[in-house]
Design a protein around this ligand. Structure first.
Ligand code: FAD
Ligand code: A2P
Length: 280
C-alpha cells in the first residue's frame, strides 16, 4: 500500500526504524481473485482475538474520501477454524464501497470491525436429518463458511447446497469450493457422500435451469435429488439471497410446515439477507 494512503500513516524515520501507525481494526489483504466483472473473492489476515461462529457476518470497509470509515456488512466465507478470513463480494459499479474495494491487491489494508453476528448459525436450527443451504448470488458466502465447518457434517446425514445465479460463470466460486472439499485435509472425509450440490442458472443455458423456488414448487428439486419433499420432522434449511428471494422461499418453507428460528429460539429454518435494497 502506498505510504500516503489514508489507511496507513508513516512517520519520519527515527534512530531505529520507521514507525508505522495503522488504524485500529486494519487487516492486510493476502490474496484476491476475480471471477466475473460482477464478482470477486479475497482473503485477509485474521485478528488474533477474533472468534466467530461459521456463517456469521462482520462489518468491513475502507476509509472514505471524507476520512471516515466506509463500512458494509459482509458474511465471512471462511470457516471458524481458518487462520485467515475470506470474503466473496459483488462489484456494484457506482457502489460507495465496492467501486473501490474491487481494486484491492495483496498487501493493501481493509478495515474489519471484529464484532461477528448473524442468524445463519448452527445454534439457531434444531437437529435434523437433512440440511438445505438455499442461496442466490453472493448469498452463497455464509454457506462457503458452513460447508467447511465440521459441525455441519456432525449434525446432519445429508447436506444440500442450492445456488442459483443468472449465468454459468457466476457459479464458479461455489462449484470450485464444493470440488475442493473432497480433498480438504480437515473435513474431506466427513464430507464424503453427505454433500449434494444443486446449481441452477436463470439467464444462460446450463444443465439445470430455473429459479430454485420454481423447482421446489414443481417438485423437480426433490425428483432430481431423489429425496422426499420438505418435511418439518427431518428437514432444516438456511436461506441467503436477495430480499425478494428470501420472502419467496420463506413462504414455501412455511407452507411445508417448517418454522423460522433465531439464535435465542432454534427451529427448522433461518434466513438472512445477502444485501439490502433490491427494490422490494
Ligand atoms: P451499496 O450502496 O451497499 O449497494 C448498492 C446496491 O447494490 C444495493 O441497493 C443493491 O441493489 C446492490 N447490491 C449490494 N450488495 C449486493 C450483493 N451482494 N449482490 C447483489 N447486489 C447487491 N455483499 C457481498 O458482496 N458479499 C457478502 O458476503 C455480503 N454479506 C452481507 C451480509 C449482510 C447481513 C448484509 C445486510 C449485506 C451483505 N452484503 C454482502 C452487501 C454489502 O453489505 C454491500 O451492500 C455491498 O458490498 C455493496 O456495497 P456498496 O457500498 O458498493 O453499495
Ligand atoms: P432471475 O434471473 O429470474 O431474476 P441477482 O443476480 O439479481 O441477485 O439474482 C440472482 C439469482 O436469483 C438469479 O438467478 C435470479 O433469477 C434469482 N432470483 C431473484 N429473485 C428471485 C426470487 N424472488 N425467487 C427465486 N429466485 C430469484
Amino acid at each position: 500500500m502506498a505510504p500516503n494512503d489514508p489507511m496507513t500513516e508513516q512517520r519520519p524515520v527515527t534512530q531505529t526504524a520507521a514507525i508505522k501507525i495503522t488504524l485500529p481494526d486494519a487487516q492486510t489483504v493476502t490474496s484476491v481473485r476475480h471471477y466475473t466483472d460482477r464478482l470477486f473473492a479475497f482473503r485477509v489476515t485474521r485478528p488474533a482475538s477474533l472468534r466467530f461462529r461459521s456463517g456469521e457476518f462482520v462489518m468491513i470497509g475502507l476509509m472514505g474520501d471524507n476520512g471516515k470509515p466506509l463500512l458494509r456488512a459482509y458474511s465471512i466465507a471462511s470457516p471458524a477454524w481458518d487462520e485467515e478470513l475470506e470474503f466473496y463480494s459483488i462489484k456494484v459499479p457506482d457502489g460507495p464501497l465496492t467501486s473501490k474495494l474491487q481494486h484491492i491487491r495483496p498487501g493493501d489494508q481493509i478495515i474489519l470491525r471484529p464484532k461477528p453476528v448473524g442468524t445463519l448459525v448452527h445454534d439457531a436450527i434444531l437437529p435434523g436429518k437433512r440440511l438445505y443451504f438455499f442461496s442466490t448470488g453472493t448469498g452463497i458466502a455464509p454457506f462457503a463458511s458452513l460447508l467447511r465447518e465440521p459441525e455441519t457434517y456432525e449434525r446432519f446425514d445429508e447436506v444440500i447446497l442450492t445456488h442459483t445465479c443468472r449465468d454459468v460463470a457466476e457459479l464458479t466460486y461455489g462449484r470450485e469450493l464444493v470440488e475442493s472439499l473432497a480433498d480438504d485435509p480437515l473435513i474431506g472425509e466427513m464430507v464424503g457422500g453427505k454433500l449434494r450440490y444443486y446449481p441452477t442458472t436463470t439467464r444462460e443455458d446450463s444443465p439445470r435451469m430455473g429459479r430454485i423456488t420454481t423447482l421446489i414448487e414443481n417438485g423437480q428439486l426433490f425428483e432430481d435429488l431423489g429425496v422426499p419433499p420438505l418435511n418439518p420432522e427431518t428437514d432444516r434449511a438456511m436461506v441467503c439471497g436477495s430480499l425478494a428471494f428470501n420472502i419467496d422461499i420463506k413462504a414455501l418453507l412455511e407452507m411445508a410446515g417448517l418454522e423460522e428460528g433465531a439464535n435465542s429460539d432454534p427451529r427448522q429454518f433461518v434466513v438472512e439477507k445477502a444485501f439490502v435494497g433490491d427494490g422490494v
